[in-house]
Ligand binder design. Structure first.
Ligand SMILES: Cc1cc2nc3c(=O)[nH]c(=O)nc-3n(C[C@H](O)[C@H](O)[C@H](O)COP(=O)(O)OP(=O)(O)OC[C@H]3O[C@@H](n4cnc5c(N)ncnc54)[C@H](O)[C@@H]3O)c2cc1C
Length: 415
């Protein structure tokens, strides 16, 4: 990391990527690999990332879709990952809240004609590998700072940092998460709704093998409980529940957790995974839905693009937020890589191309996750009947199932 002295004069880069989450890191590396000079601006992380090689498993466990694998292969990260830390998912089983034998949806990689439906792994496994690759990329400079201000000129943007340093670039990528400051400074508005829910996450050692299967139970009161397989006899739990119940869950001891699992989903958690032993400190994350009105800005002369949670945040029930963000990155890389030789990287036509490419995928996923969340929270017996019948109906429809699988795989043409 470079710490810039206060008297630092504006330096020129092609692009500034702001934010060092997974999307920011992947984007900065990918852009530098295209031969563009990149300033990657983000405050140094307070805590070092836990070593993926240690006996502990990180708290942030994600489902990675094949579209994420495609991007990570393109930027030469996938093959450098410690694959023993990734669990392949070959089956997904989703259960309704009525306990009817037909109220379930089953996806299988075999049926879909794909080797796996997803991988489950730690965010920091990928972050570490991205950090290592970035150190060898001489077009990429890390700047340990926060962005305080943006000044837009005709073809350049000046970024004023909190260490008083200034840098000048043609294009800014806002990868600074749900509360994106870059989005605000660019004047891009958002539509936002709080779900009044938090996701409680924890890793558990399970008695029975998980059979490379991701399980999800809709619990009827708006709660959704997912158990995602990890290597060995271990699962990662994501339990979306009311903010109040999340606080209760966080205070449970192991015996009370066991009672909870015996109680929920008509005992199916116990029956499927056997007894569970806590293998990480539970944590809770508040859940909301955010959609930026535009993915590029300012309106008249766009010089900023948004990627990842800066552009869209969704309910984690489909495990797709990060995958969608990395598809933004893949799309931006493709648009810039394939640009006509006479176009600058901040040509509004290119930026609009990027925004157009991302529209359909983003709208579809935000819509589907939000509708599912609402349908499974509704209390009327009509909606209860509808959602449970719907699961069985989709399960019996080969065509619908295939479409859903291919949407979830995030099949793209970004190669
Ligand atoms: C419980 C839960 C489970 C989830 N599970 C999945 C899953 O299984 N699969 C999946 O695909 N997605 C999942 N998601 C979604 C996923 O967590 C997010 O979509 C993803 O982390 C967003 O990454 P990001 O890089 O866009 O933003 P972030 O990870 O929020 O990173 C933003 C970065 O910007 C930095 N920053 C902020 N402000 C500034 C500034 N002014 N200047 C410089 N830097 C700044 C921050 O320090 C941070 O490093 C889940 C979410 C939750 C809550």
């Amino acid at each position: 990391m470079t710490s810039l002295p206060p008297s630092f004069k504006p330096r020129q880069f092609d692009i500034a990527v702001v934010g060092a989450g997974l999307t920011g890191k992947a984007c900065a590396l990918g852009l530098a690999q295209l031969g563009l000079s990149v300033a990657h601006i983000a405050p140094a992380q307070n805590q070092p990332l836990p070593e993926p090689e240690s006996g502990h498993w990180g708290q942030r466990i994600y489902a990675f879709s094949p579209s994420t694998q495609t991007l990570l292969k393109k930027i030469q990260i996938w093959d450098a990952l410690e694959l023993s830390r990734l669990q392949v998912v070959r089956e997904m089983r989703i259960f309704g809240d009525r306990n009817g034998p037909q109220d379930q949806l089953h996806f299988s990689a075999f049926e879909a004609g794909t080797p796996q439906l997803a991988w489950i792994g730690e965010a920091n496994l990928i972050e570490k590998t991205l950090d290592q690759a970035s150190r060898f990329q001489n077009k990429l400079e890390h700047i340990d700072a926060l962005v305080k201000q943006l000044e837009f000129a005709d073809t350049q943007v000046k970024l004023i940092l909190d260490n008083q340093a200034e840098i000048s670039v043609k294009l800014v990528v806002g990868a600074d998460g749900a509360r994106s400051f870059i989005r605000d400074l660019t004047g891009i508005t958002v539509k936002q709704a709080e779900y009044q829910q938090s996701a409680v996450v924890a890793n558990w050692l399970c008695e029975y093998p998980h059979l490379e299967t991701a399980y999800q139970w809709f619990l009827g009161n708006g709660d959704i409980l997912a158990m995602l397989p990890l290597p060995g006899k271990q699962v990662s739990m994501v339990w979306s529940t009311s903010t109040q119940n999340a606080a209760t869950l966080l205070s449970l001891n192991e015996a009370s957790w066991a009672a909870q699992f015996a109680d929920v989903a008509h005992g199916a958690v116990d029956a499927t995974l056997g007894s569970l032993r806590l293998n990480s400190e539970p944590a809770a994350f508040p859940l909301s839905k955010i959609r930026a009105a535009q993915m590029i800005g300012p309106a008249l002369n766009p010089q900023v693009v948004l990627v990842g949670d800066a552009a869209h945040v969704m309910h984690p029930l489909a495990g797709q937020g990060l995958n969608l963000g990395l598809r933004d990155v893949a799309s931006l890389l493709q648009v810039l890589e394939k640009r006509e030789s006479f176009r600058q990287i901040n040509d509004p036509i290119l930026l609009r191309r990027y925004e157009r490419q991302r529209q359909g995928d983003t709208s579809a996923l935000l819509w589907v996750t939000d509708r599912l969340k609402k349908l499974f929270s509704a209390q009327s017996s009509f909606e209860q009947g509808l959602r449970n019948w719907g699961l069985g109906f989709v399960n019996r429809s080969h065509l619908l199932k295939r479409r859903l699988i291919h949407q979830a795989l995030g099949e793209t043409h970004f190669e």
